[in-house]
Design a protein around this ligand. Structure first.
Ligand SMILES: NC(=O)c1ccc[n+]([C@@H]2O[C@H](COP(=O)([O-])OP(=O)(O)OC[C@H]3O[C@@H](n4cnc5c(N)ncnc54)[C@H](OP(=O)(O)O)[C@@H]3O)[C@@H](O)[C@H]2O)c1
Length: 129
């Protein structure tokens, strides 16, 4: 595929694996939208990536269906949707200390969130996606 014509949404693109992927995709010539819950983290990631014209950022919490639907309503067509989103805060504790809410956030970010991305994002994917 010609990466110059490729647009990729990377949820989790403000940090870690997603940020590294965004850097690589931009270097290959694709358009990239990085997404995450925290606008300041997204801005810091944009700065770290050098603010190229091919880079956009979008605030979204993928555990909230209305936010996922709104995201896809405001962006155009895409070739790929990637999620490296992971909210693991408080989840790696000994069982007696673990809060159910922390475990639920792991599942929300790593399972239900991507499910919602697929549900609302599939209609936005091009035939080449
Ligand atoms: N780092 C590694 O070396 C490595 C190796 C193998 C596998 N992995 C796996 O790769 C995944 C990502 O790891 P990472 O190290 O890149 O994590 P990370 O640096 O903590 O990044 C997580 C990203 O997900 C976003 N995020 C979390 N919850 C979200 C939500 N509900 N909606 C939207 N965005 C959300 C965060 O931004 P906000 O907090 O602003 O939303 C952040 O951009 C994990 O599943 C991890 O197990 C990582």
């Amino acid at each position: 595929m010609d990466m110059d014509e490729t647009k990729i949404l990377i949820v989790g693109g403000s940090s870690g694996m997603g940020l590294a992927l965004a850097r690589r995709c931009l270097a290959e010539g694709s358009g990239v939208i990085i997404a995450g819950r925290n606008a300041a983290r997204l801005n810091a990631a944009r700065d770290e990536l050098g603010c190229p014209a091919a880079l956009e950022a979008a605030v979204v919490d993928i555990s909230r269906e209305a936010e996922v639907a709104a995201l896809f309503a405001r962006i155009g067509g895409l070739e790929h949707i990637v999620s490296t989103a992971a909210d693991i805060e408080g989840a790696y504790r000994l069982l007696p200390e673990i809060e159910l809410s922390a475990a639920q956030k792991v599942v929300d970010s790593k399972f239900y969130g991507p499910l919602l991305l697929a549900k609302h994002g599939a209609p936005k994917l091009s035939a080449n996606g």
